[in-house]
Design a protein around this ligand. Structure first.
Ligand SMILES: [Zn+2]
Length: 251
């Protein structure tokens, strides 16, 4: 059986440039040559990537080094909550994420508008965008339809990688940490250790990294140990590399 490791870095945006660069260097030392970079076109309304020449050239350099660029929301920030937002939406927005669930409550028209805008920014910067990943992996059914319509090849959720061209779904529960509070950091290290014991038997392991995790030694050391253990006997791929292999039946 072929075995794979996919390492992705979320929230690739100018405020985290230093961390992303450091993380790429570190995981490379651990044997991961290519990562999927989840790029936010206009992170928290701080300015579009295509209006920032230095950032655009940094993104191009990472792409030229073999990393995959993936569209990751547009602003990575939820709009003001609608009056009709239900309990589940409010929980996901305010407690599960820190108001980052941008694509959870968008209607079909607004979602499509933002996806098109994201594709436009990527095209102007010169980046490929074969995949889309919603912030915090939270999206509704309308988004899936819009992704297919706009020609995206795949998306993923916390637990699945979805090939939008063939409809094939791979179960792959992402190893992901939370660094927002000390208790979350401790809990997520314990959780990730348990999850890895389950995931290590599967053909694909996903490690999803957020830039600020680099600053918390206890969490970061565990994450490195996870990558070190996962890379043994596994080929490292980007998401699109994995999806391509799925299609030819070698994943
Ligand atoms: Zn994100």
């Amino acid at each position: 059986m072929n075995r794979y490791l996919i390492v992705s870095i979320h929230d690739v945006a100018p405020p985290f440039e230093t961390e992303v660069e450091a993380i790429l260097g570190r995981v490379q030392e651990l044997g991961v040559a290519r990562c999927s970079l989840l790029v936010v076109p206009d992170y928290h309304h701080g300015g579009r990537a295509d209006w920032n020449a230095a950032w655009a050239s940094r993104l191009n350099r990472w792409q030229a080094e073999g990393h995959e660029t993936v569209l990751h929301g547009f602003y990575h920030q939820a709009d003001a909550a609608g009056k009709n937002a239900g309990f589940k939406s409010r929980f996901l927005r305010n407690i599960y994420t820190s108001c980052e669930s941008e694509f959870l409550e968008l209607d079909a028209a607004e979602a499509e508008k933002r996806l098109r805008l994201g594709l436009e920014v990527f095209a102007r910067v010169g980046l490929a965008a074969k995949g889309f990943v919603a912030p915090a992996w939270l999206m509704n059914e309308e988004i899936l339809k819009a992704l297919g319509k706009l020609g995206f090849e795949y998306t993923n959720t916390l637990k699945k990688i979805i090939d939008l061209k063939t409809g094939r779904v791979s179960n792959a529960w992402a190893q992901v940490y939370s660094s927002r509070a000390a208790w979350r950091r401790w809990a997520s290290v314990a959780w990730n250790e348990c999850l890895w014991r389950r995931n290590r038997c599967l053909n694909v392991v996903r490690v999803s990294i957020h830039p600020l995790e680099y600053h918390y030694p206890m969490l970061w050391n565990h994450l490195e140990s996870l990558v070190r253990r996962s890379v043994k006997g596994r080929k490292t791929l980007t998401y699109i590399g994995f999806v391509d292999r799925l299609r030819v039946g070698s994943a």
